[in-house]
Design a binder for this molecule. Structure first.
Ligand code: UT7
Length: 328
């Protein structure tokens, strides 16, 4: 007997209102719209005020539940993926559960940097497959703007804030739903992208603050090379494992970090531009929210239709990666 499949039945997203353009960043950093646009494809991003990750995630979650017509009390499990959690503990999922009135459902955070949303989808799908849950809320919520060093032009220009939530429910009779995943992590890259201090290895001290160790640190070139390679191999692996070809895919939704990474991966995989989704230009890298933000927008503008085959690929700190193949 085969395990039951999960299906994404609703999406909800939220971004803070304030938009910061490249020109505005150029007023505070030694950078330019020309450099940022040409090297990354980003033109503007939404930046939170006082809101924490859970504030954004709670709105996205409510929107997803509204779209599904499911009350928060009916959710069996909430998983939040974030690299900018409200606190070390309790989980951001606990704060979202309180905000949306989810009752007594189990909730937890999943830490897999920008790959978190895909990892969380895989866990949610496994709960549905093993019949431990009927309705799982998966939320990617990040306010990386609180985690970047605003004096470091190498990272500050890259990120934006946002949240995206999806509801997972069992696929109906004859529906494919989520078809499969390909996940991985390269421990050799563990130091390439991180927030080094603030955890138990380097607890906060005056020195860690003075040395800017509570902010995102990234070896951009190494992560770039890793991302360009891994998107292609991970996408190929999930397609091959499930007997699909690139031509079968209706929409390719990669993590939105750099348009050059997206374009080169799409080219090497053989996707024509009309099958590649990107909104990086308007949101920057929203970390765990980037893929659900794309899914929501693609569905809204009619580029992702019921029955379409969608291929999502995430990557990030770890260095981690994950692909998910799903029938929309
Ligand atoms: O979701 C997390 C995953 N993260 C990523 O996928 C990021 C992957 N990496 C990248 O996207 C790119 O490596 C960056 C966009 C971060 C950097 O682009 P790059 O083409 O690799 O530039 P670079 O780091 O090689 O730097 C080239 C030059 C340097 O100057 P010098 O040393 O050649 O004089 C940098 O100091 O560009 C300089 N630079 C900037 N100049 C203006 C770096 N950042 C900026 C900036 N404005 N914001």
């Amino acid at each position: 007997m085969s395990l039951r499949r999960a299906k994404i039945t609703a999406v909800g997203t939220f971004v803070p209102q304030r938009i910061v353009t490249n020109d505005e960043l150029s007023l505070m950093l030694d950078t330019s719209d020309e450099w940022i646009s040409a090297r990354t494809g980003i033109r503007e991003r939404h930046i939170a005020g006082k809101e924490a990750a859970s504030d954004l995630g709670a709105v996205a979650a409510r929107r997803a539940l509204e779209a599904a017509g499911v009350g928060a009390g009916k959710v069996d499990l909430i998983i939040v993926a974030s690299l900018s959690p409200d606190a070390l503990f309790p989980s951001t999922a606990s704060y979202i559960s309180a905000a949306i009135g989810a009752g007594g459902a189990p909730v937890f955070d999943l830490s897999a940097a920008c790959t978190g949303f895909i990892y969380a989808l895989s866990v949610g799908a496994a709960y549905i497959a093993s019949e431990q849950a009927e309705r799982v809320l998966i939320i990617g919520a990040d306010v990386a703007s609180k985690m970047v060093d605003w004096t470091d032009r190498r990272t500050a220009v890259l990120f934006g804030d946002g949240a995206g939530a999806v509801l997972l429910e069992p696929a109906g009779e004859g529906e494919e739903g989520i078809i499969g995943f390909s996940l991985g992590n390269d421990p050799a890259g563990v130091d390439q992208l991180s927030i080094p201090a603030g955890g138990s290895r380097l607890p906060a001290t005056e020195a860690t603050v003075a040395e800017h160790m509570h902010f995102i640190q990234m070896n951009g070139r190494e992560v770039y090379k890793f991302a360009s390679r891994i998107i292609v191999s991970s996408a190929r692996q999930v397609l091959q494992e499930h007997g699909r070809r690139v031509e079968d895919v209706d929409l390719f939704v990669p993590h939105q970090a750099n348009i050059r990474i997206i374009d080169s991966a799409a080219r090497r995989l053989g996707f024509p531009p009309e099958k590649v989704f990107s909104n990086l230009e308007r949101y920057g890298n929203t970390s765990c929210a980037s893929i659900p933000l794309c899914l929501d927008e693609a569905a809204t503008v009619g580029r992702l239709k019921r029955g379409d085959l969608v291929l999502m690929v995430g990557f990030g700190g770890g260095l981690s990666w994950g692909s998910c193949l799903a029938r929309w």
